[in-house]
Design a protein around this ligand. Structure first.
Ligand SMILES: [Zn+2]
Length: 257
């Protein structure tokens, strides 16, 4: 690290849990952030300010006036621009050392699989169940830690599925696919502005902890926030031994795909 970097990251380096070695680890980390919305905004802002090496940011949308109430990486002048391009420009102003790979598309299938294979950590900041399940399957296949956040109205949830660990539950253990869970149309729901900031900030904290390899992650624990009462609950998650995504039998199959 050069003098400017030592100064920029000095408040991290002062932490014995991080130090120069941990900061170097952060710089070597490549994170995939799926969704540049209310959750993705604080995630990429904190990852960039903390000096993460590379962020691949995926989102197919353009900035809409309704986004500005909570998607704090965007400015009024960004309305109409592809979100990933506006976010890339904002990150460049904040920390030009961070490499950003913008993908202006809602990626799925083989493309998502290839992107997940090439990163260290994945943040699910998406807004729909099909994408969440696709991300989860790709992370299970490639044994990548998945930092998952969600928020609507005043209710938020955040957890880590550390799929490097064979005993870790996955998103599908928690929310099995096709069990009639009513799809919440996020586009039509209200969202309390700082709720997604709180949840996204916790996702960023978990990503940085995983990058450094410090502390205890949220793996196997789901944090639930009721922002109206401002109360947290912590729920232990269990691996579903019959999970079609992460159980023993399921994980033997992917070589054929
Ligand atoms: Zn599972």
């Amino acid at each position: 690290m050069n003098d400017e970097q030592l100064t920029r990251y000095s408040r991290h380096i002062l932490l014995p849990e991080i130090g120069i070695e941990g900061q170097e680890q952060i710089r070597r980390t490549h994170a995939l952030v799926v969704g540049a919305g209310g959750l993705g905004a604080p995630v990429v802002i904190y990852l960039a300010s903390a000096g993460i090496g590379t962020i691949t940011l995926c989102d197919g949308d353009e900035v809409d006036l309704t986004n500005l109430q909570r998607q704090i990486i965007f400015r009024s002048a960004d309305v109409g621009r592809p979100k990933v391009e506006a976010a890339r420009d904002a990150i460049a102003k904040l920390n030009p050392e961070v490499r950003v790979v913008p993908i202006h598309a809602r990626i799925d299938g083989d493309t998502l699989d290839q992107v997940v294979a090439g990163v260290d950590i994945v943040a699910d900041c998406s807004d729909n169940f099909p994408t969440r399940h696709e991300i989860n399957r790709a992370c299970a296949r490639h044994h990548k830690p998945l930092v998952s956040g969600a928020g609507v109205r005043f209710d938020g949830q955040v957890t880590v599925f550390d799929l490097r660990d064979a005993n870790s539950p996955c998103y599908s253990c928690l929310f099995p696919e096709g069990t009639g869970v009513e799809e919440t149309r996020c586009a039509l729901m209200g969202v309390f502005s700082p709720l997604v900031g709180v949840i996204g900030t916790i996702q960023a904290a978990e990503i940085l902890k995983l990058a450094v390899g410090v502390g205890t992650s949220l793996n196997g624990r789901l944090l639930l926030l009721d922002a109206l009462a401002m109360e947290w609950r912590s729920v232990q998650l269990r691996k579903d031994p019959a999970c079609p995504v992460c159980s023993q039998g399921a994980l033997k199959a992917p070589a054929c795909e």
